[in-house]
Design a protein around this ligand. Structure first.
Ligand SMILES: [Mg+2]
Length: 395
């Protein structure tokens, strides 16, 4: 059977979600990431903003210099996550072989799925549903392997559909600049250019030994990709092994109360995610980046597994207090993570009514937040938080 894989990727995801909600934003340069006078980077830019040279990952201040009239938005991560899960629900209608590759992109192996028509028809159906049900545009690539499907969807952006006929993978890639190939970053691109290699076809014509000798094992993958060869399967996501949330402050701070409040907020995000996955943790991690960019992580193990916000917070607080004691440095980034996760089957301690009560409370809060968004409830110590975030990074 001929392998057929779709790569579906929403266009300018965060910004498009904002534009779908507030039509007055459409057709305008819009940037999601935060206010331009704050530290932080562009998370997503509308195509109108990109026309000014604004790119994801660029410092907000630089984006402002390029286009002062752009509309800068903080963004709402919970909303993006919700749209993401609606996208995945649509895609799951067409094949069980679905692999999310980010909030707004996924691979779908549709080999032999002809009940829904040809892969191209299926791609059109998906695009149509994304448009009517989510109000967003998707670009889709169709090819015989993941890497070529991904390059194809990228090439068609925005609102594209690019199909690479079976057997044509190598020829399709050949004329493209090497930077189009996932895995070829800026450094690799420069090194290749120094060798006189600028297209994927030229890269494909080298020997695998030569590419490996220059770029190590990553070179072997790049060589195969350049030749349109990618045997990776489309795999549904495995079990979650760790969960973490972190935030960069708008301004460096050594305000202990503020740090505590943010720590509480991050612990609640992590706890909610744990409970969503029906997991408990035995290891709590704290990450700190100081104003001078020194970055440390500290861990705390526990014999008892937990998914309770209070216990995670208590552990993280111990780590924070220890990390800050004696250090006079201001903090730039704070993060909390949990790992060493254990699953499901939960032991109820009938004698410990306090922990049971707080567990019920956590779950009730989760339900409300699932319905109305994470910001709908803020617990006491996290209340001081409004407007201190420059950006929130998750998953
Ligand atoms: Mg995208």
């Amino acid at each position: 059977m001929i392998r057929r894989i779709l790569h579906i990727d929403l266009d300018a995801f965060f910004v498009s979600v904002e534009q779908a909600l507030a039509p007055e934003l459409s057709g305008k340069p819009v940037v999601v990431g935060g206010r331009p006078d704050r530290r932080g980077v562009v998370a997503s830019a509308s195509y109108e903003a990109r026309a000014f040279g604004i790119r994801a990952g660029m410092p907000l201040g630089e984006a402002y210099r390029l286009c002062p009239q752009a509309i800068f938005l903080q963004g709402t991560f919970s909303r993006y996550r919700e749209v993401s899960s609606r996208l995945m629900t649509i895609l799951a209608d067409y094949s069980p072989h679905l692999e999310p590759a980010g909030l707004d992109e996924a691979y779908l192996d549709v080999t032999g799925c002809d009940v829904h028509g040809s892969p191209r028809q299926l791609a059109l159906t998906v695009k149509e549903r994304v448009k009517t049900e989510l109000g967003l545009t998707a670009s889709v690539g169709v090819a015989g392997c993941k890497i070529v499907a991904k390059v194809a969807s990228d090439l068609g952006k925005p609102d594209g559909l690019v199909e690479v006929a079976p057997g044509q993978e190598k020829g399709f890639l050949a004329p493209l600049p090497v930077a189009r190939l996932p895995g070829v970053g800026r450094k690799t691109e420069q090194a290749l250019r120094a060798m006189g290699i600028t297209t994927v076809g030229e890269l494909a014509a080298l020997t695998p030994e030569f590419v490996k000798s220059h770029f190590g094992t990553a070179g072997t993958a790049i060589y195969h990709y350049a030749n349109g060869i990618d045997n990776r399967e489309v795999k549904p996501p495995g079990e979650t092994k760790s969960i973490s949330r972190e935030t960069t402050f708008a301004q460096d701070t050594s305000d202990h109360r503020l740090l505590q409040a943010i720590l509480r907020y991050l612990c609640e995000l992590v706890g909610a995610e744990l409970r969503r996955h029906n997991k408990q943790t035995r290891s709590i991690m704290l990450k700190l980046r100081y104003a001078d960019f020194e970055t440390i992580t500290r861990h705390l193990g526990s014999k008892e597994a937990t998914d309770a916000d209070d216990i995670i917070f208590a552990g993280a607080t111990r780590l924070l207090d220890r990390a800050l004691s004696g250090k006079g440095k201001a903090v730039r980034l704070l993060g909390v993570g949990v790992s060493n996760l254990v699953g499901g089957g939960k032991q109820l301690n009938l004698f410990d009514s306090t922990s049971q009560r707080s567990e019920h409370l956590d779950r009730a809060i989760d339900r409300i937040r699932r319905r109305y968004g994470f910001g709908s409830i803020q617990t006491g110590s996290a209340l001081a938080l409004r407007d201190v975030f420059a950006g929130e990074k998750g998953d």
